[in-house]
Design a protein around this ligand. Structure first.
Ligand SMILES: [Zn+2]
Length: 70
């Protein structure tokens, strides 16, 4: 199950969590359900090995979800 990064629209807290599709995510800090999914992190889908902070030089084509591993 992929990790997603969320931002709470009430308190501005950023957090990562495992989330199913359409699952409501609650802010761990203030328990608000007004959380917004961020699409900035797709390092886990970039190739076969996990890279926490993928730079643009390493995988330039990884700006979308359709990054096929070789
Ligand atoms: Zn919050």
């Amino acid at each position: 199950m992929p990790m997603f990064e969320f931002k709470c629209e009430d308190c501005g807290h950023n957090f990562e969590t495992l989330a199913k599709k359409d699952e409501r995510v609650v802010c761990p800090k203030c328990n608000s359900d007004r959380t917004k999914k961020l699409l900035s992190k797709f390092g886990f889908s970039c190739g076969s090995s996990f890279k926490p902070s993928v730079g643009s030089s390493d995988c330039s084509g990884c700006s979308s979800t359709s990054c096929s591993p070789t």
